[in-house]
Design a protein around this ligand. Structure first.
Ligand SMILES: Nc1nc2c(ncn2[C@@H]2O[C@H](COP(=O)(O)OP(=O)(O)OP(=O)(O)O)[C@@H](O)[C@H]2O)c(=O)[nH]1
Ligand SMILES: [Mg+2]
Length: 260
C-alpha cells in the first residue's frame, strides 16, 4: 500500500476517507497556464489520494514548459493525460475542452480542480464519496469546516461578495458558486448543453452551476480549506471579475426574456 502524504496544512475539514478507489470511470480536469512550479507536486499528491482515477491536464501552451513536465511524468503515472492546446487561450475554453474530452472518453464522473495546490487532493476521497449520491459536488469554502488561508483581505471580500451577488441573482442553492473544485455526473453535464455556454472566463463556473440547477441537478457541498497559491503567478485580473459579474447579469436577463 502506498504511503499517504499528509494534507497540505492542518485542515479543519479533515478528510474522512484517506484513499478513494473509484469504481466508475472518473476524470479530474486541471487547466494550467505557467504552473511548472506546482504541477509536479499536484500530480504526485493526486495519485496518492485516489486510485483508478484519471487526471487530465489541459495546458494552454505555457511558456514555462508545464506541459513538458506533465509529459515527463506520464510513464510513472499511466492515468495521467495531457491536452496541449495551441490555438485558443482562456480558462473557460480550457475547462470546456477538458470536459468534452472526458465525455468523449466515456468517463462517468468528471471534475475540475486548480493546479496551484489551492485545491488539496486530500479532499478528493470525501468529495468522490459524496458524488455517489449527488449530481454535482462543490468543494466549498463557505460552509462549516471550510475556509480560506493565506488570502489577502481584498480577495476574501471580493470572493465573498461575488458569491453573495451570484447566489442572490441566480438563486442557486449553494454557498460557494465560484469554487473551481467540483465533480459532476456525466448525465448532468450532458443536460447542460455546453456548446451554448455564454461565459468563457471566470463566470464560466457559475454559469455551469446555474445550468445544472436549472436542469434539476442535486447539488452537494463538501468543505475544503482553500490555501492560496505560494508558487507561480495568479492569472485572475480585476477586469475579469467585472466582466464575470456582467456576464452573470446578462445570464439572468436572458432567463427573464426567455420566460416572458
Ligand atoms: N489552460 C488554462 N489554464 C488557465 C488559464 N488561466 C488560468 N488557468 C489555470 O486555472 C487555474 C486557476 O487559475 P489561478 O490563476 O490560480 O486563478 P485563481 O485561483 O482564481 O487565483 P489565484 O490562485 O489567487 O492566483 C490554475 O490551475 C491556472 O493555471 C488559461 O488561460 N488557460
Ligand atoms: Mg489559484
Amino acid at each position: 500500500m502506498k504511503e499517504i502524504i499528509p494534507p497540505l496544512f492542518d485542515s479543519r475539514a479533515r478528510p474522512q476517507v484517506s484513499i478513494y478507489v473509484a469504481t466508475e470511470p472518473t476524470l479530474l480536469v486541471v487547466p494550467t497556464f505557467n504552473e511548472s512550479s506546482n504541477i509536479g507536486e499536484l500530480i504526485e499528491r493526486f495519485f496518492t489520494y485516489v486510485q483508478n482515477v484519471h487526471l487530465l491536464v489541459v495546458d494552454d501552451h505555457s511558456p514555462d514548459g508545464t506541459a513538458d513536465i506533465v509529459e515527463g511524468l506520464q510513464q510513472k503515472y499511466p492515468n495521467l493525460l495531457l491536452l496541449r492546446r495551441t490555438g485558443e487561450k482562456g480558462l473557460g475554453r480550457a475547462y470546456l475542452a477538458g470536459i468534452s474530452t472526458g465525455l468523449e472518453k466515456q468517463f462517468q464522473i468528471i471534475g475540475t480542480m486548480d493546479a496551484d495546490l489551492s485545491h488539496d487532493p486530500a479532499y478528493l476521497p470525501l468529495m468522490l464519496t459524496m458524488i455517489e449520491s449527488a449530481d454535482v459536488v462543490i468543494g466549498s469554502r463557505y460552509i462549516r469546516d471550510g475556509g480560506t488561508i493565506n488570502w489577502q483581505i481584498r480577495r476574501v471580500l471580493l470572493s465573498w461578495l461575488a458569491n453573495k451577488y451570484a447566489a442572490k441573482l441566480l438563486r442557486i442553492p449553494a454557498h460557494d458558486l465560484t469554487s473551481g473544485y467540483r465533480l459532476y455526473r456525466r448525465g448532468t453535464i450532458e443536460r447542460l448543453q455546453l456548446k451554448s455556454m455564454k461565459s468563457t472566463g471566470y463566470s464560466f463556473l457559475v454559469e455551469l452551476l446555474y445550468r445544472a440547477h436549472a436542469t434539476g441537478a442535486k447539488i452537494a457541498e463538501s468543505p475544503i480549506v482553500f490555501y492560496d497559491r505560494t508558487m507561480g503567478a495568479s492569472k485572475l485580473r480585476s477586469r475579469e471579475i467585472y466582466i464575470g459579474a456582467l456576464n452573470l447579469f446578462l445570464l439572468r436577463l436572458l432567463k427573464k426574456t426567455i420566460r416572458s
